[in-house]
Ligand binder design. Structure first.
Ligand SMILES: [Zn+2]
Length: 471
């Protein structure tokens, strides 16, 4: 199967030109001006952008949490991702307490088998190094293509680890070349604040934010940075939401330390006041870290523009409002934490980042495609448009007007964080390794087309197989 995409404006992190891209099998084999080649399929991209398939480094599909399970499984979550121009994501395997990492990986693989619509990798969330998972087993994960370890510094009594577990994992990462990811909040202090608020009779959703003040995120971010320095590992801080955690990351990066940060689409658009919406509407916005005071949004735009933060993910962790979020109608601490968003990242960042004049098209590609690929061992096989790279591409119509809504999105979630938002610019055709996934508003490929990708270690390249094969 060959595909010729003609006349698109090819945008990578570095380039911006009009050209033709020829796909032979699963990879890009030729890029040029006015290519005169026969192909099984010709796509006219005149007037459109041709972008690399987006990579979402932070998602939770089919994950048990808070007494329930996220409402999107691998098939519905990845279908939603595909419509939004995301062709690869890295999901979190959560080690159940007392289980080995192999058991956890098997469990997650069985949830994905036969259901994959896009390509995917796994991070390993370490919850327990005393029973079940051992340091030796942890050290073996990068050989299996699982090259990042995630630790929760919050969710006391559930996923949270103590500093001993955090630091020991960091030492293993320093040896194995894995990347350490942290959910940085001070879970002990938050636990005290939550119990006090409930004892005083405060049960509404906005207390979710009032009991997780930004200083608890700033403190944990700085603690993780300093411990990573001692251990000598690379650190990636997930879902940075506020000035208090941007500042220690900026300081570390200014010193040249191996520290990276990500924010998520929703932190640019949803602020604290959304949690105060009446009739439990506020429950829709209970995710962690919580929506912050609006002033933080400018701080985050500035941080992604200046590379203090290097990636934008979705932290897609969807729960139904009706039936799941409502478990916490009378107690904010029982609202499952998480929000949807896997489908709308490209539309929202293009509209308010690029069209809003805050970042360039090249920087958008860097934040959504190239940097996630480089940080998580997928580049240059993914994350760019280049000869030899996987033919994961998005034909993006910059003139198409769309109103974002739960009525039209492809997630199972019964609400959308950006409901009613009008954007100009949306994916039109989405390709995964040369296969057309989405076209004319329909899913064309069937589940099973997606593959597990063995990722390279932090800082190493994942070479396209064809390029490394002997001629
Ligand atoms: Zn998450």
């Amino acid at each position: 199967m060959s595909v010729l995409i003609k006349g698109g404006r090819v945008i990578t992190a570095a380039d911006d030109y009009v050209g033709d891209v020829f796909v032979d099998g699963e990879r890009i084999s030729l890029i040029g001006e006015s290519l005169d080649l026969a192909a099984d399929r010709v796509i006219d991209a005149t007037g459109k952008y041709l972008l690399p398939g987006c990579i979402d480094p932070h998602t939770h599909l089919d994950m048990p949490f808070g007494g329930t399970v996220t409402c999107d499984d691998v098939e519905s979550g990845q279908t939603s991702a595909a419509f939004g121009g995301t062709t690869c994501h890295v999901d979190f395997v959560i080690q159940p307490k007392g289980a080995t990492f192999a058991e956890a990986l098997d469990d997650w693989r069985s949830k994905a088998n036969g259901k994959q619509v896009i390509d995917m990798g796994y991070h390993m969330a370490v919850t327990d190094l005393k029973d079940g998972g051992s340091l030796e087993e942890l050290a073996g994960l990068p050989d299996q293509g699982v090259t990042s370890y995630k630790l929760f510094m919050a969710y006391k009594g559930a996923l949270m680890v103590d500093d001993e577990t955090l630091f020991k994992t960091m030492e293993v990462a320093a040896d194995t070349g894995a990347l350490v990811m942290v959910h940085a909040e001070n879970g002990d202090a938050i636990d005290v604040l939550v119990k006090k608020a409930l004892a005083e009779g405060h049960t509404e959703p906005h207390w979710h934010a009032l009991t997780r003040p930004p200083e608890t995120e700033g403190e944990a971010t700085n603690r993780a940075i300093q411990l990573a320095r001692v251990a000598g590992c690379a650190l990636y801080v997930v879902h940075v939401s506020c000035k208090e955690s941007v500042e220690p990351i900026a300081l570390a990066r200014d010193k040249g330390w191996n520290v990276w940060g990500e924010t998520c689409t929703q932190y640019f658009f949803v602020d604290y006041t959304f949690l105060e919406r009446p009739n439990f509407e506020g429950g829709k916005y209970v995710y962690t870290p919580p929506p912050r005071a609006k002033a933080n949004q400018d701080v985050l735009w500035n941080a992604v523009r200046t590379d203090i933060l290097s990636a934008i993910s979705t932290d897609h962790c969807a729960f139904l409002w009706d039936g799941q979020k409502t478990m916490g109608r009378d107690d904010f601490s029982k609202i499952p934490n998480g929000g949807p968003g896997i489908e709308n990242r490209l539309q929202m960042i293009h509209e308010f980042g690029v069209r809003g004049g805050r970042i360039s098209l090249n920087r958008m590609v860097e934040l959504l495609c190239t940097n996630p690929a480089k940080l998580f061992g997928l580049y240059p096989r993914k994350g760019t448009i280049a000869v030899g790279s996987d033919a994961d591409m998005v034909v993006f119509d910059p003139a198409k007007k769309v109103t974002i809504s739960a009525r039209t999105h492809h997630s199972r979630c019964d609400y959308n964080l950006f409901e009613g938002t009008e954007v100009t610019g949306s994916p039109e055709v989405v390709l995964l390794r040369g296969n057309v996934l989405v076209e004319n508003g329909d899913l064309v490929a069937s589940a099973g087309v997606g593959q597990f990708v063995k990722r390279a270690r932090f800082g190493q390249e994942l070479k396209p197989e064809r390029v490394t094969a002997a001629a």
